[in-house]
Design a binder for this molecule. Sequence first.
Ligand code: HAM
Length: 416
Amino acid sequence: MAITTIKGFKDILPREIETWQRIEMEARKVFRVFGFKEIKPPLMEKTELFKRGIGEDTDIVSKEMYTLMDSKGRGQTLRPEATASVVRSYIQNKLYNDNPVQKLFTIGPMFRHERPQKGRFRQFHQINAELFGDPGPSSDADLIIMAMHLFESVGMSELTLNINSLGCQDCRPQFREGLKSFLGQYTDELCSDCQRRAETNPLRVFDCKVKGCGEVVVNAPSVLDSLCNRCQDHFNTLMDYLTGSDISFTVNPMLVRGLDYYTRTAFEIQTDRLGAQNAVAGGGRYDGLVRQLYGPDHPSIGFAIGIERLVALLEEQNNFKTDSPDLFIAGLGDAASKKVFFWVHELRKNGLFVEMEYELKGLKAQMKRADKLGAKRVLIIGDDELASGKGIIRDMVTKEQGDIFLDSLVENLLSE
Ligand code: HAM
């Protein structure tokens, strides 16, 4: 029986890879001008990092982590997200000593044991950006604008930015209590998970996908009605910055995000073209996380973009380009084919994407191959051409054909 990939894991095939590379290249370009530096934490961390960082009562930690035990029985987990890892590294390496405001990004795979569906995988990839050491709100706006810039630069414009404020340690407890007593009136209508969450972590109920729970929370008190003055000012100033930067957004008081570390600003960038998995990116402020993970009291904010979802959107938009050879050289007969072999390598050394046939083949077969590869031009060289010192060069788009001197062929082709 054939051996295939694990459920929820997928190959990223060559036809998609150019879009992946383009996204990563644009991300690096945009991040550079915003002053973000790349960091590469390991893919596996001590399980306690995620338990303490993300929250024991989140779906990610309670149900979705890939954890294995080492020989001493210590839990090690394939990272389900990157923020906790980047924070760990920020603390462990005292990165705050280099710069009071640290801006870091990382790109790579994450692992969550979720039920696979369209846009949801067990191994998926994120582009993460994290900004440490500033309480906002201008850094909140800066980060959100950076995310929107990136989407724009890869050609994605039809996205909705949803923002919310989840309050802070001063005002959230009161909202939490109010929400708890509200949910207490609807215990029978909540799913069994949310009956428990209503007690332990009531904000999580906003996140539940079960229909009955959704019907209950639409009438729940709004977090925005219970913000303290400082959180309200923070949120208002953020909105001013976004409006002043021509970034349109929707205020969504039901947006709580699936991780427990958020404080104040939470945001999601959504699309209506991916079915249930509508978030292409999500993030927010996490002012307490660095301290929670035994670091200094540094406020922070970040976001992550799901690469698979962005690739799917670009694919739908037909934004896929595949790289095709600049030139195909068709050698006919032994002597010409040998010459062709050396010319091909000389041209490649000079940065041209050149293809050839490995086996000896006739002109018809080679033209067919060049066409299939999408070669822009074909250079035909047989014994007659070798003898006359002139090859035939054919433009595969205009179908125009002409001669090219074989003497100093490489210089001739490169100078065009
Ligand atoms: P998240 O909302 O869990 O946030 O994930 C961010 C993005 O990753 C989602 O919007 C989605 O595009 C993608 N994603 C998540 N799970 C999957 C999946 N199973 N399959 C495919 N794509 C997925 C975080 O991970 C936070 N660490 C973001 C953050 C950074 N907050 C502050 N800094």
